[in-house]
Design a protein around this ligand. Sequence first.
Ligand SMILES: Nc1ncnc2c1ncn2[C@@H]1O[C@H](COP(=O)(O)OP(=O)(O)OP(=O)(O)O)[C@@H](O)[C@H]1O
Ligand SMILES: O=C([O-])CC(=O)C(=O)O
Ligand SMILES: [Ca+2]
Ligand SMILES: [Mn+2]
Length: 659
Amino acid sequence: MSSKGNGESKFENGTGRNGLSKIQTQKRQNEVCHDDSASPVKAQTIDELHSLQKKKSAPSTPINGTQGAFTALSEDDRHKQQLQSISASLASLTRETGPKLVKGDPARTTETPKVAHASQHHFAPTVSASDSSLKFTHVLYNLSPAELYEQAIKYEKGSFITSNGALATLSGAKTGRSPRDKRVVMDETTESDLWWGKGSPNIEMDEQTFLVNRERAVDYLNSLDKVFVNDQFLNWDPENRIKVRIVAARAYHSLFMHNMCIRPTPEELENFGTPDFTIYNAGQFPCNRYTHYMTSSTSIDLNLARREMVILGTQYAGEMKKGLFSVMHYLMPKRQILSLHSGCNMGKDGDVALFFGLSGTGKTTLSTDHNRYLIGDDEHCWSETGVSNIEGGCYAKCIDLSREKEPDIWNAIKFGTVLENVVFDEHTREVDYTDKSVTENTRAAYPIEFIPNAKLPCIGPHPKNVVLLACDAYGVLPPVSKLSMAQTMYHFISGYTALVAGTVDGVKEPQATFSACFGAAFIMLHPTKYAAMLAEKMQQHGATGWLVNTGWSGGSYGYGSRIKLPYTRKIIDAIHSGSLLNADYKKTVVFGLEIPTEIDGVPSEILDPVNTWADKDAYQETLLKLAGLFRKNFETFTNYTIGKGNNLTQEILAAGPIF
Ligand SMILES: Nc1ncnc2c1ncn2[C@@H]1O[C@H](COP(=O)(O)OP(=O)(O)OP(=O)(O)O)[C@@H](O)[C@H]1O
Ligand SMILES: O=C([O-])CC(=O)C(=O)O
Ligand SMILES: [Ca+2]
Ligand SMILES: [Mn+2]
């Protein structure tokens, strides 16, 4: 009999008649009354049997006979190089050498053997050596989802498999990002390159303080039994792909990034080499508040020169995703590529739409459209050749998720998906998506292939429509308006919405907010730089701008209600099909927006918000109030030139509300 070693045969478990194990004979198998519990035991001990259960992962590329820098190496050498690279990542900057690493789970003592330490330096212990130089750090390198499930469930409180197969996790005390705790190292280059000061997300720190926090994170990580390391990519545009390494203490973080970044093929992983950017996620461990620049026990520190990010004091996984997005907002514009906080999808005829908007305005919901190809839900690049997704996964809000309204997202929540901070039945493990007990900002992170009509690779041609989403809590912006180029720029720079509770820590009620480029928390350069690039690209490729209110109608928050998702979908359909481009329009007062009089499938009376308000005076008052907020917000931009000439700047200033 062949020995497949994959658990095909069943182990005789002693339940045979007479309470005794049956004795196997080959002959028996051929008898008429076949009993498949009776196949032979191929192991002498339980351990031996377990070893049969696991097939060794096949080496992905032939070791000899192909070209490439690494191919001359034996498997052992390549393995060693990988460990050396990780050891270098985890090296303290004040001691002589990186930590000694060994691959594998420390719990499996039989596996922790021969691979000694991976330090390139020939480290001779001296009397000054500390205990940390004597210990091994176990590295769990690019584990599979199944392996990460096991790690999470075994070692991380609050990890469970839900009835749909997803991994439910808790992100701890923080259930949203902490933008006030973000710090960026100011050095000679970044001082002049980046946007600093009022309205900017970039709060300075110095190099020395960064190193103090880096050391804190690295020491914490090296003090653990094991760390998770992911080597992955950002950006589906092969010319502009960035290699990222994530070092984290939690399986949850490793699986989250496995899902959210682009997953390398085994071949790409073998040739990964040195990462372009590294995250040290020591989120369980706080920063030291005695450290300069620290105003809380949370710190998310970005050092562009060192190409490193350190996370202390927050386990919210979105910090890693959005931290890398900030890096892309720096690196890509340097290459004349526009980075965008937008969703993106493509029709059957190749028409691409971008969906800009702040958190909770509908990028994920509206770009995930069963009738269109999903390119990505949150972060994109627009280059000379078209659009590309930065990420390899989606991060959908789950609060009140329903199978009927968002079937593709519902179905993407299955084995492999990380479900953050949801509440579930303790016995059936059925998730209750309406339950906000842990947070309003419940999330699902899944690989983009979990959406059946994902466009792989996640790239597309130049956009035809640019949809600006605003969740207007005041209820005075029309459900849809067609924008001139100047209006598109005005609203892009304004970045208005009502922050939906939850994603940013501490925000519990919707409130009006302005965030330049619909993502001021992540941009690195002055907003006008991105705006000028967007204007140029839209003009060059003839894209149309739209403003879509996915927020309130019939009154402000508390009085009116949120515009029904099926109506918003009909509006978006009409934009995609081109039918809305040539509809009849009228112009609103104050904001001067062109609004259509009719859209298939949408009640005409809601298209002009004044119709939906019972109290017309209250409407007028609220409209003027919002217009005033827009005007006040824009004051900071009136001194900047946008684009090459001054014409666009003047036009943009005139494209705001007039009252
Ligand atoms: N008319 C509407 N249009 C869009 N979304 C709506 C509408 N009404 C309710 N919603 C809900 O609003 C939420 C929109 O969240 P979504 O995940 O799409 O935000 P996002 O823009 O992707 O934010 P983030 O950048 O934080 O991921 C969803 O929960 C969706 O069900
Ligand atoms: O970053 C997050 O946590 C979620 C998100 O996409 C956003 O806020 O834009
Ligand atoms: Ca989203
Ligand atoms: Mn986002």
